[in-house]
Design a protein around this ligand. Structure first.
Ligand SMILES: *Cc1c(COP(=O)(O)O)cnc(C)c1O
Length: 392
């Protein structure tokens, strides 16, 4: 058995980033400033977005995106039950009502047919999540949005480096009411410690996000305190405090330079898992990426085939822990959490595909610094646990 604990994720932060953070701190300019501007510019180039606005988390970014598109009281927003709570919470913050549309149990992504069925006269937006980094069926989702005049906010927290026929996730044409939000939480494909990026081609939405992330001020602190700035500002809307620090952006700039290498390593590790698990009973592997798409493999999430085993998923995770292998749960279907059940009336049975997945899904270790030996340890432990608990 493995001697030291293998976590399910671990960030890789280069020495260059650490040097850049130190430089930011020594310069006296810690908060939003030149490094944040450089990070935004470089990020916009990488994902081919007309505007990229840095914020302090994807949660903040989703909140701002919804507000920038004018979503609030009386509106409905359609999203997926297979997501992190922040996707739903940010809709609730605006006063709007989240409405769920069930997933495809193979791809784990929201089904366009289910979106269409969930639309009412109150629907204002769709929030698809590119689960694990697998692009959603965006052609169909954008077509539904056009037909019903809805905005689209992509929760791209998992999808840095993913692409589909419309280009890289993050490319958001000026002609569409569309915003794409990334996360830089430490487990994500690239990190800034904590952080997020809001990408859009909608100039008005970009301006709204820019103003609302910093108190509703017409000008940022950089403009006020820099040698070239003016001391006056106006408050044009009651805003929030969601800006990114330069010390975060310093990490982000370094991470962007590593993105292709990081994601290539993730792809290789997934291929190695597939080879190790080929034909293994008890485990249902995620399908290969759809033709013409690039999957960013933020997480590797097979399903535990509980029908073929004497243990459930939670027991599998506990037994993996005993083998010194970390796993994680992404996610319990969101409609099963207490608060939403109480306030929105969601209940077990509402989204059967998400519930099927929710009971079986597990995230195995996957991160760029993972070695071939780490992979072999995680795969061997999985095989041992499954072999010891096969139903006969
Ligand atoms: C991580 C994550 C978020 C929240 O990102 P933060 O940067 O931690 O706020 C939102 N949605 C999904 C799907 C995520 O995985």
């Amino acid at each position: 058995m493995r001697k030291d604990f293998l976590p399910f994720a671990r960030p890789s932060i280069g020495e260059d980033a650490i040097q850049d953070i130190a430089e930011s701190i020594r310069s006296g300019w810690i908060t939003t400033g030149p490094k944040t501007l450089a990070f935004e510019k470089e990020f916009a180039r990488v994902v081919d977005a007309p505007y990229a606005l840095a914020v302090n988390s994807a949660t903040a970014g989703l909140h701002l995106a919804l507000m920038a598109l004018g979503i609030g009281q009386g509106d409905e927003v359609v999203t997926t039950p297979m997501t992190f709570a922040a996707t739903v919470n940010t809709i609730l913050f605006t006063g709007a009502r989240p409405v769920l549309a069930d997933i495809d149990r193979r791809t784990l992504n929201i089904r366009p047919e289910a979106i269409e069925a969930a639309i009412t006269p109150h629907t204002k937006a769709i929030v698809p999540v590119h689960f694990a980094g697998r692009p959603c069926r965006m052609e169909e989702i954008l077509e539904i949005a056009r037909k019903h005049r809805l905005a689209v906010i992509e929760d791209a927290a998992h999808a840095m480096g993913a692409s589909w026929s419309g280009g890289p996730v993050g490319r958001t044409p000026a002609s569409e009411r569309r915003i794409c939000v990334f996360s830089f939480h430490p487990t994500k494909n690239i990190t800034t410690g904590e952080g997020g990026m809001v990408c859009t081609g909608d100039e008005e939405a970009a301006e709204a996000v820019s103003v609302m992330r910093q108190h509703g001020m017409s000008k940022g602190a950089w403009n006020r305190y820099a040698a070239t700035g003016t001391p006056h500002y106006d408050i044009v809307v009651p805003g929030l405090k969601y800006n990114m620090l330069d010390i975060q952006a310093a990490i982000g700039l370094s991470q962007l330079r590593e993105l292709d290498r990081f994601n290539a390593r993730r792809r290789d590790l997934v291929a190695a898992y597939r080879r190790a698990f080929d034909g293994l009973p008890g485990l249902i592997l995620p399908p290969e990426p759809e033709a013409g798409t690039v999957h960013s493999w933020h997480i590797f999430t097979p399903l535990i085939d509980t029908g073929a085993l004497t243990i459930d998923r939670d027991r599998f995770m506990a037994l993996m822990r005993e083998q010194n292998i970390g796993t994680a749960l992404h996610y319990q279907a969101v409609h099963l959490y207490t608060y939403y059940r109480k306030t929105l009336g969601w209940k077990p049975g509402d989204f059967p595909e998400a519930e099927y997945v929710s009971e079986r899904i597990v995230s195995l270790p996957l991160f760029p610094a993972m070695t071939d030996d780490d992979l072999a340890d995680a795969a061997d432990a999985t095989k041992r646990v499954l072999a010891a608990h096969r139903a006969r």
